[in-house]
Design a binder for this molecule. Structure first.
Ligand code: CUA
Length: 317
């Protein structure tokens, strides 16, 4: 009776049951077959119970009870479970294919941090494009993800595209995904990693290959409009000690790369909409938005200075 309400949560940007990737389509298929198989078993059990209740006044014969146990208690569940097991095993080879250099269009390195995501696109020609808190990939091309962590265990999960993979300090785990539909999906960290675990997410954007190529080429260059008062304030206040902005002397990798922060769907790793006001509030007091974030608060600066930095950052597209 509650199913329609429970299933309302099955569509949307963060659902494994609204697949936009080859692996998530297999997962969704398996889920529905298991649900239907489970429903048959449930109906069988409840039917047997109702039958037993209805016969309370007229007990079944020993032979009848034996048949009921044989067919209802042994044959039916064995056949159903055997079918479900066979189906799951049959699906398995299609899950978790390892991308070979021949079929992976590129490698995306994603490193989990408390509480954000460092991203780097490794292209076949050896070049590297840095980003953060957003992963883009071309539709119809297999992409290999190389997953690491610097601090604690995080878990990389884009429900609309595929299953989870842990990010473990000292290891490089590999996962390959193939997006089958363009769209923007939400990807939450799927392993408790500290106070702001629930505030650690990123956007995954699947784009048509030509759009993706143009986007990546633009990411590899400094954003336009790298000048002005906001830029001076950013550098003067030492933001470059943690962040990198391509085209300026800010070149650190402790915090998220901000070279094209203005073009991202969200800021604060999936927490706030990407607006000047949200960027200004994050600069003023990151800990109020994301408890235990390592970035210090800059709320003591004049509001005009914070606003200028926010406007400049938003303009880095
Ligand atoms: Cu990172 Cu939970």
């Amino acid at each position: 009776m509650l199913a329609p309400f429970a299933l309302c949560g099955c569509s949307g940007v963060q659902s494994a049951l609204d697949p936009a990737g080859d692996e998530s389509a297999i997962v969704a298929n398996l889920f529905w077959v298991m649900v239907i198989g489970g429903a048959f078993i449930w109906i069988g059990v409840i039917g047997t119970l109702l039958f037993a209740i209805s016969r309370r006044e007229r007990p079944v014969s020993d032979a009848g009870a034996g048949r009921l146990i044989l067919w209802g208690g042994a044959v039916f569940p064995s056949v159903t479970l055997l079918f479900l097991l066979a189906f799951a095993l049959w699906l398995m080879p299609g899950l978790r294919p390892f991308a070979t250099p021949a079929d992976a269009s590129m490698t995306v390195e994603v490193t989990g941090k408390q509480f954000w995501w460092q991203v780097a696109y490794r292209l076949p020609d050896g070049s590297r494009v840095a980003a953060a808190n957003e992963v883009r990939l071309p539709v119809g091309k297999r992409v290999e993800f190389a997953l690491e962590s610097d601090d604690v265990i995080h878990s990389f999960w884009i429900p609309a595209l595929g299953g989870k993979m842990d990010m473990i300090p000292g290891r490089r785990n590999r996962l390959s995904l193939l997006a089958t539909k363009a769209g923007t999906f939400r990807a939450p960290c799927a392993e408790y990693c500290g106070t702001s675990h629930a505030l650690m997410a990123f956007s995954a954007v699947a784009m048509e290959p030509s759009d993706f190529d143009a986007w990546l080429a633009a990411q590899a260059e400094p954003a336009a409009g790298v000048s002005g008062e906001g830029r001076e304030a950013f550098l003067r206040n030492g933001c470059g000690a943690c962040h990198r902005v391509d085209g300026t002397e800010a070149n650190a990798t402790i915090g998220p790369d901000l070279s094209h922060v203005g073009s991202r769907k969200t800021i604060g790793a999936g927490i706030l909409p990407n607006t000047e006001a949200a960027i200004a509030s994050f600069i003023a007091n990151p800990g109020a938005i994301k408890p235990d974030a390592k970035m210090p608060a800059f709320g003591a600066l004049p509001a005009a200075e914070i606003d200028a930095m926010a406007a400049w950052l938003k303009g880095l597209e």
